[in-house]
Design a protein around this ligand. Sequence first.
Ligand code: SF4
Length: 456
Amino acid sequence: MSILTALDLFTVGVGPSSSHTVGPMRAARRFVSELTESGQLDSTARIRVSLFGSLGATGVGHGTTNAIIAGLEGAAPETCDPALVITAMDRAVQTGIVTVGGRTIPFAESDFELRPMTRLPQHSNAMTYTALDADGQPVFSRTFFSVGGGFVESDDEIGQPAAPTDTTLPYPFDNGDELIELCDSTGMSIADMAHANAVAIYGAEVVDARLTDIWTVMTNCVESGLVHDGMLPGHLNVQRRAAGLARHLESQQTADAPTEFANEWLQAFAIAVNEENAAGMRVVTAPTNGAAGIIPAVGYYAERFKKIDRLVIERDFLLTAGAIGTLYKRNASISGAEAGCQGEVGSACSMAAAGLAAILGGTPRQIENAAEIAMEHNLGLTCDPVGGLVQMPCIERNAIAAGTAVAAVRLALAGDGSHKISLDTVIETMRQTGLDMSTKYKETSTGGLAVNVVEC
Ligand code: SF4
């Protein structure tokens, strides 16, 4: 990925994890494509997949094996049927086959090798795909890294500078200070510049259609989560609660005080999305799936309780949030395996705060201030999903972070935009804190709540 825009961060996928589900599905598709190009598909009699580090530790709970089987069989995160993805591994085990590039290849559960204690030096989320011939000899092998947000890089791409591109962005910025300077010098909003940059790459028609699509998937996800009861998948037996919360709030609501429970609704919206994500349903990576509830919840809250026009949310809210998200992706990390939960929920909280500040009339400096406040109070947040599932603390954490985003906007809009700690400073602090954080707090489920909650 040479140039990053808001549209690259918000992609339609499936739950429960962008790095453990969406990324591995993309990597599996890419492996099949490269295997085919290599001319070795016809001699492939078996495919072995090794999952290293965080993917080996929590991949099964995060749906990685299902996603890889689905990806090998040609499924794409944007278009796949989520119901078929969550049953892919069981189906392959029962039938003993996978269909790869039109060929039927024998499959057994033992074709997956989980190596949680081996962390490849380049990144914690590593996977190696190896095609074997009928004699069991390797004929083609590729290692990929799922680097967060559904992005995938091969071993010859990771850590390399971005490839040169013919596209020149009209408003290039690499950090928050440059973004504010551009706003000052052009008089344009962050959203307008982000829109112009995305249009330079994708064209206006594609950009506007994709923004509409992204917001449609986000709202569908909120609304679906608000009506679905039942148990979430996995051994923790976690009961869904967004639908019950919504019924309760509706029963309390009175016509003369329609915004009385706005904060409670905000939390219900976030929980709704994250329950859909945990159930493996259609979501938007925002910027990851574990943190997928915060931006939709804040946008939905703005539409319902602040009466912001849907088109403004599709455009200004998403583009501003996305512009801030590119700073996290470029200068720190949005991967829980790399930076802990501050990289996922912290980044999403900051993005949502920026988007809300923009559509409530904030200046660029107030927007940057809101984004900074929101991240500042997520610094140090660890990733410790209980049982390796994206459920506890993830679902509730999104609800709390949505509230933090709204609170950050209130604080920022009460000031004039001047503040001591810049957004760039907190992004760099997040990066350094992520580097210092013990591996057990980075999506391995070997520390924090993951080892202190008794599973029963
Ligand atoms: S704890 Fe945070 S980073 Fe870890 S899986 Fe949950 S949402 Fe993602």
